[in-house]
Design a protein around this ligand. Structure first.
Ligand SMILES: *Cc1c(COP(=O)(O)O)cnc(C)c1O
Length: 386
């Protein structure tokens, strides 16, 4: 029987221990494994290549995304770097979203500058721009939807299909929604990757990444490369990630529900200028989000209506929204794009991407939504009183 995502997340690796019958799989920290006899290795020989704890979380993640296999990596960035290293040779072209994650932008740009591969940053919502880029015969097309920080949605099935017609593989960064809300392989993607640091772990205490392949042979190839360049995830991180993963379903549900409550409050708040969330009909790609996602997610951003001083007053007065980067944890976070997540982008580029100096991004946590709204209200009042 095909199980639902929330069930798969809870049950990953349970009862797999044969030694003691542990319900929860134990952690295996050993870096090396003895040989049964001369030239007789066991299933594992060295933990960079393979580790039983990492195996368990990889199986759970592969099943969650409907892939044939998964490779857990040391971070989301090393997952992206792994895919590019394994699949792009010098001269090969990568197409990436113009508004992709800042770390991804920096990686592609710096690698292209040193000749590792070529990159084109394209607005994938612009059909003509995408078609023109695909005409240059890319090897890889990276999709990120919804985007950061404006939560723009692109049609994953359509972009995957166009990538395939151009002879490219389609890779989706599914970090912002998790497999609970979006399953890119079912939409046509060849590879799905995540920063597990965010929703998958969900407790802001692990940095990890994962690459999940639809095709078995491609998965074997990526696992080989992950061991070769040494980016595989640690046993302790695997254990924590598996523990965090078990509550992914209810966490996402509560975070989404809280996000909707926060949005309803922000909509009638006069110090909020523009609000960005895939659930809003005016948001770019709202209709596509309704079709390809099973929920609108818990990331939102808005433009603060006021000067910098007022905005700083607002941020300082908040008690339940911590001023910090990252997202997807049980705790609510707020960040200022221009000085934090998108500080690496030139002011002009930020402006062109529609990221103003008053743009604030919220990752809604699982606190009681009434407390979250009361906190926002008192902070808006504190900034208005000045
Ligand atoms: C955080 C993030 C990454 C990078 O992941 P790390 O775990 O921080 O290395 C990649 N893509 C997206 C969309 C992210 O939010």
């Amino acid at each position: 029987m095909k199980r639902k995502q929330a069930t798969i997340a809870v049950r990953g690796g349970l009862n797999s221990d044969e030694q003691y019958g542990c319900v929860v799989p134990p952690i295996h920290l050993s870096s090396t494994y003895n040989f049964i006899d001369f030239n007789q290795p066991r299933a594992h020989d060295y933990s960079r290549r393979g580790n039983p704890t990492r195996d368990v979380v990889q199986s759970a993640l592969a099943e969650l995304e409907g892939g044939s296999s998964a490779v857990l990596t040391s971070s989301g960035m090393s997952a992206i770097h792994l895919v590019c290293t394994a699949l792009l040779a010098s001269g090969d072209l990568l197409i990436a979203p113009h508004d992709c994650y800042g770390g991804s932008y920096r990686l592609f740009d710096s690698q292209a500058r040193r000749g590792a591969y070529r990159v084109l940053f394209v607005d994938q919502g612009d059909e003509q721009a995408l078609a023109a880029a695909l005409a240059q015969k890319p090897k890889l097309v990276l999709i990120e939807s919804p985007s950061n920080p404006l939560l723009r949605v692109v049609d994953i099935a359509k972009v995957c299909q166009a990538a395939h017609q151009a002879g490219a593989l389609a890779v989706v960064d599914n970090t912002f929604l998790s497999p609970i809300l979006q399953q890119p392989i079912a939409l046509g993607a060849d590879i799905v990757l995540h920063s597990c640091t965010k929703y998958l772990n969900g407790h802001s205490d692990v940095v990890a990444g994962v690459v999940i392949c639809k095709d078995e042979a491609l998965g074997v190839d990526l696992a080989w490369w992950a061991n070769n360049i040494g980016v595989t995830g640690a046993a302790f991180d695997s254990y924590l990630l598996l523990r965090g993963l078990r509550t992914l379903g209810p966490r996402m549900k509560q975070q989404q529900q809280n996000a909707q409550a926060v949005i309803a409050y922000l909509q009638q708040q006069s110090q909020v200028k523009t609000l960005y969330h895939p659930s809003l009909p005016e948001n770019l790609g709202h209709e596509i989000a309704r079709k390809q996602q099973s929920g609108f997610g818990a990331m939102l951003s808005f433009e603060f209506d006021g000067d910098e001083q007022a905005m700083r007053q607002f941020l300082a007065a908040l008690e339940l929204f911590t001023l910090a980067e990252s997202l997807g944890g049980v705790e609510s976070l707020i960040s200022h794009a221009a000085t934090m997540t998108h500080a690496g982008m030139a002011a002009e580029a930020r402006k062109a991407a529609g990221i103003s100096d008053r743009l604030l991004r919220i990752s809604v946590g699982i606190e009681d939504s009434e407390d979250l709204i009361a906190d926002l209200e008192q902070a808006f009042q504190a900034s208005a009183k000045r």
